[in-house]
Design a protein. Structure first.
Length: 504
């Protein structure tokens, strides 16, 4: 351990830059061997940098004081990882199914003096999937090109630019530890997830399996939410429990530690079901789908997540445009907007809205947006550095409480404050490339329509809540959408000549 820490410890900023450059190299690589080497380097370097950064923290005291048991546990974990990777190599369906199953589950872990809810199961799946790709490729003298491989396009180029910028701009951040954690916990693993899912052969059978798993998980989480509401007891997130005690309404969060993240997952599942219903003429499919949507809608309402409800409307509007065109959709959208405004005005408390204090209705986001704009005005070109928003906001607003701000809750504001005009331009270009990739030809396939609608819904969610490239669902949708946009591989065409629906 000492040589590794000696290598990473004195130069953590250089190490962070190398990590993001490896990710960028993997995104831009045209040859399987080059991509495999870059992915392997990023997979190895990110945890080393993080471990070096928090080595002296109290949460690693057990590891420092008992190195032999810690080493044994580490070798056991690596052995389990190797077994999982071998299983994925033999059965490629395991990777997308396990990744989808792991997406919702977070484990609270103390990092850098704060408790973070980390996607530990997903990290294990991504690590195993990366090994399952890297090892066979590096073993072969002339690596075969997988069926799902595609040419590097503008989306990959701009993803590479975005992650590289984040790492470079972390070097002058006032909160480098935060930026390093973002790189290790989000940028590296989620970029690897994108690369893995983008090369999967998405056959009709795999799409049906993932659809069933997604909806099944959403129904199970909704059932937990119903139990929370019926018992008035929150299983996770003590902060929400305290908040419910102070208000007349009661919010649920199921297993997600956050009602908004819970609502976001339900929205994605609902859009997958809706994309199937608008293309189906079978009475049974429509009936079952309507029952499922009603159950998920009830779970979504109990979250009282305004951002998730808005995201659902955006996603449904996207599906409507893809199915019936923009003109007919605008008329319906206007009617829904009028009905929604009327409902809020008649019963504002039902939607958690205080007409006399709109800032309280937005969860205190107005000061955060204003403070973020002022931070941007201070350093408009390059910003204050990646991961610095919370530190700079507290300093600028003279907040000393540790929970005075945890995020801007508006991704463009965060990017503007942290990365300046440089980051904002990269962000806008990335959005344009992502939308072009996902929307072009999406009307021809229910699966692609669902992916596009879900991405636009999540995009709206980031404008009023948080997490863009820090959200694994964003990377997953881009990865799956990229594979589907590349066209159905020859082996899949032999199974289904036409574009396959999500379910049959």
């Amino acid at each position: 351990m000492s040589p590794i820490l000696a290598l990473a410890g004195p130069l953590p900023k250089a190490g962070a830059v190398v990590a993001v450059l490896l990710v960028a190299g993997a995104l831009l690589a045209r040859e399987p061997r080059s991509r495999a080497l870059a992915m392997a380097g990023a997979l190895l370097l990110a945890p080393v940098l993080l471990l070096a950064d928090i080595w002296d923290s109290p949460q690693l005291a057990v590891v420092r004081d008992h190195p032999l048991p810690a080493a044994v546990a580490a070798f056991a974990a690596l052995g389990a990882l190797a077994l999982l990777a071998a299983g994925m190599d033999r059965r490629p369906l395991l990777l997308p199914l396990l990744a989808l199953a792991a997406l919702p589950f977070r484990v609270p872990i103390q990092v850098g003096g704060t408790t973070s809810n980390l996607l530990v199961p997903l990290y294990l799946v991504v690590a195993a999937g990366t090994l399952a790709f890297v090892v066979p490729v590096l073993r072969e003298q002339t690596p075969r090109v997988a069926a799902g491989e595609r040419e590097v396009g503008w989306l990959e180029r701009l993803l590479a630019l975005s992650v590289a910028l984040y790492g470079v701009q972390a070097t002058y951040s006032s909160d480098f530890d935060k930026a390093l954690q973002q790189i290790a916990f989000f940028v590296v693993p989620f970029a690897l997830l994108f690369l893995l899912l983008a090369r999967v052969e998405w056959t009709p059978r795999l799409l049906r399996l993932c659809f069933g798993l997604l909806v099944g998980l959403a129904l199970a989480f909704s059932a937990i939410g119903y139990v929370e509401y019926a018992t008035k007891h929150i299983f996770l997130n003590p902060k929400l429990l305290a908040s419910n005690d102070l208000h007349s309404y009661f919010r649920t969060n199921s297993v997600f530690f956050d009602p908004n993240i819970y609502g976001r997952f339900l929205v994605v599942a609902m859009l997958a079901v809706a994309a199937t219903l608008v293309r189906s003429s079978r009475t049974r499919t429509v009936g079952v789908g309507a029952v499922v949507l009603a159950a998920l809608w009830g779970g979504l309402v109990l979250t009282l997540s305004q951002s998730s409800l808005g995201a659902l409307l955006v996603g449904l509007g996207t599906l409507a445009v893809l199915q019936w065109g923009p003109r007919r959709t605008l008329v319906s959208a206007a009617a829904v907007a009028v009905a929604g405004v009327a409902a809020v005005l008649l019963t504002p408390s039902t939607f958690g809205v205080n007409l006399h204090n709109l800032d309280s209705s937005s969860g205190g986001r107005t000061p955060l947006v204003r403070g973020g704009a002022e931070l941007f005005a201070q350093r408009p070109i390059a910003g204050h550095g990646s991961g610095s928003f919370v530190h700079e906001y507290r300093h600028h607003e003279h907040h000393v409480a540790p929970d005075a701000a945890t995020a801007s809750h508006t991704i463009p504001i965060t990017i503007a404050a942290e990365q300046g005009v440089i980051g904002v331009l990269a962000y806008l270009a990335l959005l344009a490339a992502a939308l072009a990739r996902l929307l072009r030809g999406a009307a021809a396939s229910p699966a692609r329509a669902a992916i596009a609608a879900a991405f636009l819904a999540l995009l709206f969610h980031t404008l009023v809540y948080a997490a863009f490239l820090e959200d694994p669902m964003t990377w997953a949708l881009l990865g799956v959408g990229t594979a589907l946009a590349a066209g159905v591989p020859a082996r899949a065409r032999a199974v289904a000549p036409a574009a396959a629906p999500v379910i049959t």
